[in-house]
Design a protein around this ligand. Structure first.
Ligand code: 5GP
Length: 175
C-alpha cells in the first residue's frame, strides 16, 4: 500500500468563508447590472463557485469548462487541453472566469486566450488562490482570495489524485 500523504492545515473554513464574502461583495459592485456569465474551471472550482454564486443577488449565468494540465499526482504534464467546452454563447457578454488556483499561469492563460477569441464584451479572472512564486506567464488576477506558498494544496474542491476535494478547509501536503 502507498503511504497516505500527511496533511497540514493552511486556510481554515472560517477564513475561506470571509474571503468568499469579500470577493462576492467586490464582484457584486462591478457586475450588478451586467448579467455576466461566470465560467467555472472544473473540477477544482466547483465548491468555490457554488459558495460564491449563492452570495451574488443579481442576474447572472453559470457555465463550466474542463481543462487538463495535470495528470495524476502533483506534477504538471505541461500540456493543456480543453476537455469539456462551453455551452453558452459569450459573444458580447461580460465573462468572469472562476479558478481554484493559478500556479504557473499556463492553464489560465490558455483559457483566457480561448475565451477572448469568442469576442466577449469583457473577460476578468477571479481566483481563490495563487502561487506567485511559480508563475511562468503573467496572468492578471482581478479578484483574489489568497496567496499561498509553494506547496501542493488540497481541500475546498482541490484534489490530490481525486482525493481530498471534500475537505472544508485548505491544507497542504507534506513532502
Ligand atoms: P497552472 O497551469 O497555473 O500551473 O495550473 C493550474 C492547475 O493546476 C489548477 O487549476 C490545478 O488543477 C492544478 N494545480 C496547481 N497547483 C495546485 C495545487 O497546489 N494543488 C492542486 N490540488 N492543484 C494544483
Amino acid at each position: 500500500m502507498e503511504p497516505q500523504p500527511k496533511l497540514q492545515p493552511l486556510i481554515s473554513s472560517k477564513r475561506i468563508e470571509a474571503a468568499v464574502k469579500k470577493l462576492a461583495s467586490d464582484i457584486s459592485q462591478d457586475y450588478r447590472d451586467k448579467n455576466p456569465v461566470l465560467i467555472g474551471v472544473l473540477k477544482g472550482s466547483f465548491i468555490f463557485m457554488a459558495d460564491l454564486v449563492r452570495l451574488l443577488d443579481f442576474p447572472l449565468e453559470v457555465d463550466f469548462v474542463r481543462l487538463s494540465s495535470y495528470g495524476a499526482g502533483k506534477k504538471s504534464s505541461g500540456k493543456i487541453k480543453l476537455a469539456g467546452g462551453l455551452s453558452t454563447e459569450i459573444k458580447g457578454r461580460d465573462v468572469l472566469v472562476i479558478e481554484d488556483i493559478v500556479d504557473t499561469g499556463l492553464t489560465t492563460n490558455y483559457l483566457l486566450d480561448y475565451l477572448r477569441q469568442k469576442k466577449p464584451a469583457s473577460v476578468k479572472l477571479c481566483a481563490l488562490t495563487e502561487k506567485p512564486s511559480r508563475r511562468k506567464i503573467p496572468v492578471r488576477i482581478d479578484y483574489l482570495g489568497f496567496t499561498v506558498p509553494d506547496k501542493f494544496i488540497v481541500g475546498y474542491g482541490l484534489d490530490f489524485d481525486e482525493g481530498f476535494r471534500y475537505l472544508p478547509e485548505i491544507c497542504f501536503l507534506e513532502d
